[in-house]
Design a protein around this ligand. Structure first.
Ligand code: AMP
Length: 500
């Protein structure tokens, strides 16, 4: 089958040819004709399958007729993260090169002013993260009753990040007569319920994960003792290997991203940090530098790097073994893309043997050691050291909470957006931002306290992920006295009113 057989317009076919695509991928082959008929689609597929083009190409064809009106977009694409939204915008620009469609990107962390201007002009295609989209709606700057095509992408990640109530709200604001194209890598019950409610007689299309992800990627384990200095030294040795052209280095926590970034900088590596607390401009600038090769090593947390399509990454290095086994699969999927060869190296300390067992079970593959396997003695020596220092280590459950807290923080308009509030978050450039943020912090802290990340995992204010200064550490200690000992007296849990 060729793209010509799918019913796409001449303009779209010409752009596809320019992009160099010869044959449609399975999701494109199945979803495009159905989408062009105006039918709902339920696509069970993940990144790397070509799913972005499977909704972008038919949308461009459908949007060729008709015009956008001010503040009333004709189509809407919801993405869980700012980076994915920006990536989809890029796809529209590539595949829509022969069209004169207006595209607006509404993501958090950037000024409202430019977004308002685009909305005022009228958008044929609106690409948004749910939080920022609802902020525009609540400010009266955007009406969704002109949306003819709705795309909900990466729905299971939306679920992970707590966006489902927002998605439900948005679906209810869009006319029932719309066409919905819905994509999710997995179908947990919450997602099934969502599709049962909001899709009408969808065509269900399921494609296997791209086998090339694993086939093209060599995966090896590298032993290190639990000592953090030695672990960093192990990483530096790996990064100095001549075959490592560039790499994404994954850490489990934002704090470790910052520490590792500072350490690599000190040792003269051309590195940059990427995590959920950086403002959007810094995140995009970092990604661009990595994409164009200005930066060779990207030190990242999962939340910032999942789903990214950077075509030429020679190595993925897991500085920390991921807490959830499925994150391993997402991480190594950043290398070996588009049929290229990729390499994934995971540093294993004695503390990680159980976690790596879970990963091997998930991928149904026994991972080999790079070089010599550690001896039983090395493993036990490390384990003894670990027991001695275990009181100082963060408990695994705390780490899990920190990870989930980090997911909550990503891609919202304000850094603290655990729940939608009556007082709407202000744009990053607004003078009201400070008061709005502090109000949320005061109102939600008692409630959020038992689940909150440890003080060290809260947003680092240091520029470009540098390690916190002593002054900052002191400030963190002072502010964290609030939950000292983990017990929060009842009187502190009552909401506090601040007089303005
Ligand atoms: P996606 O799953 O949408 O993130 O796409 C993954 C990668 O596949 C992107 O880099 C696309 O440019 C590329 N791609 C999408 N469709 C095709 C195709 N039909 N042929 C070759 N590459 C494609």
């Amino acid at each position: 089958m060729t793209f010509k057989d799918l019913g796409l317009s001449a303009k779209v076919l010409s752009a596809v040819e320019t992009a160099g695509y010869e044959t449609p991928t399975p999701i494109q082959e199945q979803a495009i004709p159905v989408a062009l008929e105006g039918r709902d689609v339920l696509g069970i597929a993940q990144t790397g399958t070509g799913k972005t083009a499977s909704f972008t190409l038919p949308m461009l064809t459908q949007l060729e007729t008709g015009r956008a009106r001010a503040r009333m977009p004709r189509s809407l694409i919801l993405e869980p993260t700012r980076e994915l939204a920006a990536q989809v915008e890029q796809s529209f620009l590539t595949y829509g090169a022969n069209h004169k469609l207006t595209i607006a990107l509404l993501i958090g962390g950037v000024s409202f002013a430019e977004q308002n201007r685009k909305l005022d002009r009228g958008a044929d295609v609106l690409i948004a993260t749910p939080g920022r989209l609802l902020d525009h709606v609540e400010r009266g700057k955007l009406m969704l009753n002109g949306v003819e095509i709705l795309v909900i992408d990466e729905a299971d990640r939306m679920l992970d990040m707590g966006f489902i109530p927002d998605i439900e709200r948005i679906c209810k604001l869009i006319p029932f007569t719309r066409q919905t194209l819905f994509f999710s890598a997995t179908m947990p019950p919450e997602i099934q319920r969502l599709t049962d409610t909001f899709l009408q007689n969808p065509k269900r299309i399921e494609v296997a994960r791209p086998s090339s992800t694993v086939e093209n990627v060599t995966q090896k384990l590298v032993f290190s003792s639990s000592d953090s200095f030695e672990k960093r030294e192990t990483l530096r040795k790996l990064l100095r290997e001549p075959e490592v052209k560039n790499a994404i280095v994954f850490c489990n926590r934002k704090r470790d991203v910052a520490t590792l970034y500072a350490s690599l900088q000190k040792h003269g590596f051309n590195a940059a940090a990427l995590h959920g607390d950086m403002d959007q401009y810094a995140r995009m600038a970092t990604l661009t530098s990595f994409r164009d090769g200005t930066v060779a090593f990207l030190i990242a947390s999962d939340v910032a790097a999942r789903g990214l399509d950077i075509p030429d990454v020679s190595h993925v290095l897991n500085f920390d073994v991921p807490i959830h086994a499925e994150d391993y699969v997402h991480r190594i999927g950043r290398t070996g893309r588009a049929g290229r060869e990729g390499h994934a190296l995971t540093i294993i300390t004695p503390a990680d043997t159980k976690a790596i067992g879970a990963i091997e079970k998930l991928i149904a593959l026994k991972l080999e050691w790079q070089g010599d396997a550690p001896t039983q003695e090395q493993l036990e020596a490390g384990a003894r050291g670990r027991r001695r220092s275990s009181n100082k280590r963060t408990a695994p459950s705390t780490v899990r909470k920190a990870v989930s807290a980090e997911k909550q923080e990503n891609d919202t308009t304000s850094p603290s957006r655990p729940k939608r509030r009556k007082t709407e978050p202000q744009p990053a450039d607004s003078p009201l931002e400070q008061s709005s943020v502090s109000e949320v912090a005061v109102q939600t802290k008692p409630e959020a306290s038992p689940e909150a990340a440890p003080a060290a995992d809260r947003p680092e204010k240091s520029p470009k992920g540098a390690a916190p200064s002593n002054k900052q550490k002191k400030k963190e200690t002072e502010t964290s006295a609030f939950g000292a000992g983990g017990h929060v007296p009842a009187f502190l849990q009552r909401p506090v009113r601040i007089s303005q």
